[in-house]
Design a protein around this ligand. Sequence first.
Ligand code: MG
Length: 157
Amino acid sequence: MRIGIGYDSHRFVEGRPLILGGVSIPYGKGLLGHSDGDCLCHAIIDSLLGATGMPNIGQLFPDTEQEWKGSKSTELLKRVVEEITQRGYRILWIDSVIIAEEPRLNPFIPAMKQSLKDTGIPPDIINIKPKTNEGMGFTGRKEGIAVIAICLLRENF
Ligand code: MG
């Protein structure tokens, strides 16, 4: 068995859609990033890479490369799930926390799980838990969103 942890945060900016778990959430601001800024996908990716001992997301998909500019993070996550599957790992469980003062994300969790199904992560092996930061820190000041994800993998080799 392997465990991995991933963390990511992105800053809110005007004029971008808010994408989390591949789902577009009405808010009026979005997350700044070389890709679509989907920090839930990014944290999950880093947890999977951490568990397998692979390089982190910034090394795999550098933000200096045009190839990844504007890319859908669900596509990046799908690539990583395929890659670790090829290496003989199976995902047993993913748990995650989205730290956001706004907007309220609970209504969108089922849609996020449904969307992540296309990356190779079935809804029954992932938990996504939104929470506020009680007004403290950068998330509390509504400057951005942070995500922590953890995964458990089984080695089939
Ligand atoms: Mg990121």
